[in-house]
Design a protein around this ligand. Sequence first.
Ligand SMILES: [Zn+2]
Length: 433
Amino acid sequence: MKSLLIQGGRIIDPGLKLDEAGSLLIAGGKISWVGGAKESPPNADYDVLDAEGLIVCPGFIDLHCHLRQPGFEGRETIATGTMAAARGGFTTVCCMPNTEPPLDNRNTVEFVKATAASEGIVRVLPIGCISRGQIGEELTDMGELAAAGVIAFSDDGEPAANSDLMRRALEYSCTSNLPIIDHCEDKTLSEGGQMNEGVVSAELGLQGIPNAAEDIIVARDLLLSELTGGWVHIAHVSTEGSVELIRRAKEKGVRVTAEATPHHLTLTEERVRDCNTGAKVNPPLRTEGDVKALIKGLNDNTIDIIATDHAPHTEAEKRQPFELAPFGISGFETALGSLMSLVHRGELELATLIAKLTIEPANIIGKKYGPGTLAIGSTADVTIFDPNLEWTVDTKLFASKGKNTPLAGERLKGKVIATIYGGKVVYRDEAVG
Ligand SMILES: [Zn+2]
């Protein structure tokens, strides 16, 4: 592989506290040299990628996505999902285990790893199930799954309803040092719910899902984490109440990390008014007050990372009436563009946004899996983006099979220009030189 010089960009690496104009040389799949914007590296033989006016940062890491393979290849495959990830600037994606069969045994985990190695274009790290068959009754053989290479455990899609099972999973996390990721939802409160419970659901006559359905399970998980000393990671936080509970638990030293999604950080329940099933997601889009609380939580590190919860569905599934359509948003390809709206509005520093997509998730999964940094000698996972380029979301251009997004046809400001995984350019925006 020929060396590649990324020349004259603004290099931002929050892990190194670096933000300056410069150039970066990739050789042998590693970051091998960093110098000034006008400097040349000693090695004379390299291709040049002109990054003038662009941000150069570590490749994005997504702790939460659904690649749907095995079992739901009509929605997504590891091939299409990783292509979509690359278009979104992600070089490492962690896939949830709610496939068919689910990732509750060594064989299925190994199938995903082998398929990712042969067909994936970015790094895929599988997450194993907490319970066998994800039915919440019996713990999986977590030791066997950890040995097979899962980087966390979750029954995502389903909450871990049984508190004793959750307790034992958290006890295991003390020895494995792998997080237990919970989709916090009290099904007795959310059953039949279609959207956020509030003024809009009342006006539309749709059954709502109250914030309490999430808050109650977040509170329980924090108590169980405190009891066991285990590591709980709260998936897709959507409510002001959850943010406050996690903030207080962190103050007490509870071992908790948490994520928020681009859609919960940028959109509200108003998006559901026209019954666009692209905006139907679980947990549901909430209110302006919840969105503000999430952004505040990002800024004070109550929320550690941003994760997409990329959840592709077929067009036929999402074309159904609102009540019948499945929950989920295809999120890889719009993540950066929508999140940049927070930066453009001055609600989030650019370096903070990048940290939440790079070094912070790297700290959770362990740096041997995804570097999250541009330090010399690191695997060359690099994302290059234009913070100001405006573009229109055209789902026909998505690499993902899932065209389900509430952002179809909208203008976003901020676009990934190139994605480099292990020193190889795996995506390059054709519209730009
Ligand atoms: Zn979930």
